[in-house]
Design a protein. Structure first.
Length: 77
């Protein structure tokens, strides 16, 4: 799990996204959240910190237009 959050953090820090990248990132975060919820899994503090930094990166103001595009993509599916 640590590798997943670290890799996604690295990718989201590049700040050069398409709408599909945002949607894929959200799906990955959903899977990470499901893993965090498992009683047998104890996330490291780095995992948790990376998780929230990823969310922060995705919600940057610079991504507003891409989120609007992502909404349109989601509606069409």
């Amino acid at each position: 799990m640590s590798q997943v959050t670290k890799t996604l953090l690295d990718l989201t820090q590049r700040r050069n996204f398409y709408a599909g990248d945002l949607l894929s990132s959200v799906e990955i975060l959903r899977n990470v959240t499901d893993t965090f919820k498992r009683a047998s899994y104890e996330p490291s503090s780095d995992d948790v910190q990376n998780f929230f930094q990823i969310i922060s990166n995705l919600l940057e103001e610079d991504n507003r237009e891409k989120w609007e595009d992502a909404q349109q993509v989601s509606i069409l599916q």
